[in-house]
Design a protein around this ligand. Structure first.
Ligand code: NAP
Ligand code: ZN
Ligand code: ZN
Length: 348
């Protein structure tokens, strides 16, 4: 057991501050990673403030982790010291259930072990995330980072990238598909870039007038300001697929109206309260309302390789660890273009 420096919170009301946490010694199949950058996902904020319930304190979030391998266990075949690697939202799963066998560890029937706020059996404690100096992870849950990508801007691919890539693949988005992306934050802006690279016609639907110009730069073919009722009406029945990346309460029925017959809306955004759906938003038009959670390890590697090939990274604002509480306040206001990434060398 080693004590290492981290940043986290002791209760929902408290700000994040420096903490010492315990990491396990590396086992035979483990990889130890010195964390260089960690993205700030809205799920970190939901968890630290216990908005979904069930947060274990102290809570050290962070699941968009990139860094350099510092040690490997004696049976590790996949990685060497000094490799540039990543860790996303998962650090283990049962590996035997149907979902795990299908490479969909995120849906592990026994409950996947999330990078933070789960139970780490080796030390009988909660898992601690990437707002920390180092992490020890089994080699099967470590990802390779394409060498051509900027490391800091790659961190958000580990959650925002895979969470948008996976449903776009599952719902077969590509050439000839008209896709709407709702909510242009960390997830949404990656959804726009990835859907565009897959060949889709991409329509951004935003509440923020300040994002209209930017959306074109991100790759959007069309932009709808959702507060403009005339624009929303004009675009009714026009989209094959909608990826909803919104973090707060919103009227889902307004967006379902934009779908064509047989279209589907997949939620990846996870507000803490129910989103009421009128039956008449789905029945006329045979529409589907679905959800999707991150992606499995194999698909995460596929996404990283896809981003390497298409030169896709996140638009980031690099921050110091000490400014994380201000960053959370700004995240809640939608004041980030489009992902905060912590430079972990600033961890005091
Ligand atoms: P984020 O950067 O804060 O982006 C959220 C965006 O939602 C905002 O930029 C804003 O976009 C839009 N929005 C905010 N309030 C709104 C409102 N009241 N009505 C309509 N739109 C609103 O958050 P993120 O990190 O991308 O995460 C988004 C959500 O996905 C969070 O709930 C997070 O927990 C969840 N998540 C889920 C998974 C999964 O596996 N399913 C994985 C990661 C994250 P505009 O300014 O463009 O309107
Ligand atoms: Zn996340
Ligand atoms: Zn399983």
């Amino acid at each position: 057991m080693t004590k290492i420096r981290a940043f986290g919170a002791n209760s929902p009301e408290e700000q994040l501050k420096p903490l010492l946490i315990t990491r396990r010694e590396i086992g035979s199949t483990d990889v130890e990673i010195a964390i260089q950058f960690c993205g700030v996902c809205h799920s970190d904020l939901h968890t630290v403030r216990d908005e979904w319930g069930g947060t274990i304190y102290p809570s050290v979030p962070g699941h968009e982790i990139v860094g350099i391998v510092t040690h490997v266990g004696k049976e590790v075949k996949k990685f060497n010291v000094n490799d540039q690697v990543g860790v996303g939202c998962l650090v283990d799963s049962c590996r035997t259930c149907e979902s795990c066998k299908d490479g969909l560890e995120q849906y592990c029937e026994k409950g996947a072990i999330q990078t933070y706020n789960a139970h780490e059996k080796q030390l009988d404690q909660q898992t601690f995330g990437g707002y920390s100096e180092r992490i020890v992870v089994d080699q099967d849950f470590v990802l390779s980072i394409p060498k051509n990508l900027d490391l800091a801007a790659t961190a958000p691919l580990l959650c925002a990238g895979i969470t948008t890539y996976s449903p776009l693949r599952h719902w077969k988005v590509g050439k000839g598909t008209k896709v709407g992306v709702v909510g242009i934050g960390g997830l949404g802006h990656m959804g726009v870039k990835i859907a565009k690279a897959m060949g889709a016609h991409v329509v951004v639907i935003t509440t923020s007038p300040s994002k209209v110009e930017d959306a074109k730069r991100l790759g959007a073919d069309e932009i709808i300001l959702s507060s403009d009722k005339a624009q929303m009406k004009k675009n009714a029945n026009s989209l094959d697929f909608i990826l909803d990346c919104v973090s707060a309460q919103h009227d889902i029925n307004v967006y379902l109206r934009l779908l064509k017959r047989d279209g589907s809306l997949t939620l990846v955004g996870a507000p803490d309260k129910p989103l009421p759906v009128s039956p008449f938003s789905l029945i006329p038009g045979r529409k589907s309302f679905a959800g999707s959670m991150i992606g499995g390890i194999q698909e995460t590697q596929e996404m990283l390789d896809f981003c390497g090939k298409h030169n896709i990274v996140s638009d980031i604002e690099l921050i110091d660890m000490q400014t994380i509480n201000e960053a959370y306040d700004r995240l809640l206001k939608g004041d980030v273009k489009y992902r905060f990434v912590i430079d972990m060398s600033t961890l005091a």
